[in-house]
Design a protein around this ligand. Structure first.
Ligand code: URA
Length: 210
């Protein structure tokens, strides 16, 4: 992908996002919507994957038909909210390898603390799609991508549902080589590091915690 930031303005994405923002949307509906949007975002983030052809037989005749070529995919979920995007993407790309980066946000400093890191082997030979619904300060995303690069990844994309301008800027400065695909860029971060208008805490809304 060549653009640093892609906002997916597809009507279905925008409609589903509005439903997710609403405070009275139940947990189960929120999770289902996130799964559905993740597949529409995955459509965009994979739209420039390399293709080749394969010689096949249809019931009627032979043909050279298009198939994916080149690098294999790895999906990396930033725990825990990343899992809400991961499930839907994995349904579309079932052969992708999957990794997890566990980071939590210190509520005072807003800085990410690592507690888990498990990723597929040969990351250097894979297209890595990192998923996390909320790109807020950008601290966790930047830290996760630092770790992935240290582990060998050199072709990374970042998929989120909502971004704050601050997070987009932070990613652009720290990782200009990592394209971002999102459904929207909201107005700003509030003093607690939440995206506004936003949708609240994505993990809490997915899992019904507080
Ligand atoms: N993480 C969330 O889940 N929501 C925000 O608004 C910011 C970070």
């Amino acid at each position: 992908m060549t653009k640093h930031l892609t906002i997916v303005k597809h009507p279905l994405v925008q409609h589903k996002l509005t439903l997710m923002r609403q405070v009275d949307t139940p947990t189960a509906v929120f999770r289902q919507l996130l799964r559905e949007i993740s597949q529409l975002l995955a459509y965009e983030i994979t739209s420039e994957l390399d293709m080749t052809t394969k010689h096949i037989n249809t019931p009627l005749q032979e043909m050279d038909a298009p198939v994916l070529a080149g690098k294999k995919l790895a999906l990396i979920s930033i725990l825990r909210a990343g899992n809400g995007l991961l499930d839907g993407v994995l349904e579309l790309i079932p052969s992708a390898r999957v990794g997890f980066v566990g980071l939590y946000r210190d509520e005072k400093t807003l800085l990410p603390i690592q507690y888990y890191f498990k990723v597929p082997t040969e990351l250097e030979d894979r297209i890595v799609i990192t998923v996390d619904p909320m790109l807020a300060t950008g601290n966790s995303s930047v830290a996760a991508i630092d770790l992935l690069k240290k582990a060998g990844a050199n072709n990374i994309r970042f998929m989120c549902l909502l971004a704050a301008p601050e997070g987009v800027q932070r990613m652009k400065e720290a990782h200009p080589d990592v394209p971002i695909v999102t459904a929207a860029v909201d107005e700003k971060l509030n003093d607690h590091g939440y995206i506004v208008p936003g949708l609240g805490d994505a993990g809490d809304r997915m899992y019904g915690t507080k």
